[in-house]
Design a protein around this ligand. Structure first.
Ligand SMILES: Nc1nc2c(ncn2[C@@H]2O[C@H](COP(=O)(O)OP(=O)(O)OP(=O)(O)O)[C@@H](O)[C@H]2O)c(=O)[nH]1
Ligand SMILES: [Mg+2]
Length: 449
């Protein structure tokens, strides 16, 4: 998402970035391009007008500062406007002083409510809360089962009863209190459009349970339609926040940039894939940085922290330090990186990666191939790749269904990595002699197996 907007803004701002002085014509040209970029991204027109006006004001007074060039000041203003449009400070949930905190989810059919319910539950569980899911979608026959399965994946209990949505929601909250759960998430039936009967249903659930938060799940791919939907729901339900799903799609970003201004409610969470982990608080500042191509290192770091097994990483690091890092460790590290999600998504978060490269799909099959090759080696070979001569190479190639050249390629890659580690001063080359002797003794013992 936001790729088109990002590159158009980059072009518009690239022209003025380095300028020591901005003429009125420079400003007009840049603003015209910014307006066109926002229009193309499907941002609501009133939002665009305010956006461009505030940047114009900022651009007029730019000569004053010494720290930033006029061009940089305009870029800063654009960044500030993006943050503002995306919701400013972002959303923070306040938990009820008398638990459970009740969150009611609403949304159109297929918007992602049920998936989001489970994602939220997992999110809260990882925050140290004890969430509880209520399946109050009794319209679609398989809906309860769907939530039950997702709840199992998230290790969060799911409650349902074959009564009616309002009673289910009420008795579910009682049950949550009884078993001491502190956050309740209610999944409800979707509606195809703003259909009266279903609107009445969700309104009566809302009246029945007085949720602390009512959150609307909207599909980012729906563009301005999702903003209109949010407005209609807000009139009936009084929303507290929006959860934007399918941010991983190729939506142009207009919905995310318009919803706060048009509906007046922030985006609390964002969903970026079908897996339960593809979900996080929505950070307007980070998203703005990503749009402007500054990368999103914070998100990357947090994602790494969430998915990479700290124990495994520590073990790998320790083995690197004493020169014990072998092909098994190499494979384990690769698996950890792959757990972080599609490599394509990761590239988009790195700063300094040229925009042209961001869409490039790194061949994930390559990791699968490396896995196959290493799995075809004996334990001794993995520990000491030097053992691998021509005939062993041949055997490994046959075993893993690749060519011998591919086996050699992997060994070369691994050898280079070891060399690099040594040159960084953490491998055995930089270790004290005593450490080296100890390491090689260990290695000798291991290699006999
Ligand atoms: N790519 C992607 N797919 C998603 C995301 N969120 C949900 N989906 C998919 O969208 C589809 C619909 O999701 P549901 O959670 O069943 O939607 P719902 O709003 O509960 O649908 P109804 O109960 O029928 O109203 C499923 O196939 C989900 O896997 C997301 O962030 N990214
Ligand atoms: Mg559903």
């Amino acid at each position: 998402m936001f790729d088109g907007l990002g590159s158009r803004l980059e072009t518009a701002l690239g022209r003025i970035r380095g300028k020591a002085r901005l003429s009125a014509a420079d400003v007009d040209l840049a603003l015209g391009e910014i307006r066109a970029a926002l229009l193309e991204a499907d941002v609501a027109v009133p939002v665009i007008n305010g956006f461009v006006e505030r940047i114009r004001e900022a651009a007029v007074g730019v000569q004053a500062s010494k720290a930033l060039s006029p061009g940089q000041q305009v870029i800063k203003a654009v960044n500030a406007e993006l943050v503002r449009a995306l919701g400013g400070d972002g959303f923070k949930i306040t938990f009820a002083s008398r638990p459970p905190t009740v969150i009611l989810l609403a949304g159109l059919q297929g918007a992602g409510k049920t998936t989001t319910a489970a994602k939220l539950a997992l999110y809260f569980r990882r925050q140290g809360r004890s969430p509880f899911l209520i399946a109050a979608d009794l319209q679609r026959p398989a809906a309860v089962e769907q939530l039950r399965l997702l709840g199992e994946k998230a290790s969060v209990p799911v409650y349902s009863a074959p009564t009616d949505p309002v009673s289910v929601a009420k008795s579910g909250i009682e049950e949550a209190k009884r078993v001491g759960r502190d956050v309740v998430i209610i999944d409800t039936a979707g509606r195809l459009a703003i259909d009266e009967a279903l609107m009445d249903e969700i309104s009566s659930i809302s009246e029945g349970v007085s949720p602390h938060y009512t959150m609307l799940v909207v599909d980012a791919m729906m563009g301005q339609d999702s903003v209109r939907t949010a407005t209609a729901f807000h009139e009936r339900l009084s929303l507290d926040a929006v959860i934007m799903s399918k941010l991983d799609g190729d939506a142009r970003g207009g919905a995310a940039l318009s919803v706060k201004e048009v509906v007046g409610k922030p985006i609390a969470f964002g969903s970026t894939g079908e897996k339960l982990e593809d979900f996080d608080l929505f950070y307007p500042d980070r998203m703005a940085n990503r749009i402007l191509g500054m990368g999103d290192v914070l998100s990357l770091i947090e994602q790494a922290e969430r998915t990479i097994d700290e124990e495994v990483a520590k073990k790998g690091a320790a083995r690197l330090m004493d020169g014990q890092f072998d092909l098994d460790d190499f494979l384990e590290q690769l698996r950890q990186v792959r757990k972080m999600g599609p490599l394509k998504g990761l590239m988009g978060m790195l700063p300094g990666i040229p925009r042209e490269l961001k869409g490039v799909d790194i061949d994930e099959k390559e990791i699968g191939r490396i896995e196959a090759i290493i799995s075809s080696m004996t334990v001794a070979e993995r520990r000491n790749p030097k053992l691998i001569d021509g005939s062993r190479r041949q055997r490994i190639a046959v075993g893993s269904g690749v060519s011998t050249a591919q086996v050699s390629g992997l060994l070369k890659q691994f050898g280079e990595m070891q060399k690099m580690v040594r040159s960084m001063g953490i491998g055995p080359a930089s270790a004290t002699k005593k450490q080296r002797v100890k390491a090689s003794q260990k290695k000798g013992r291991r290699n006999k197996r």
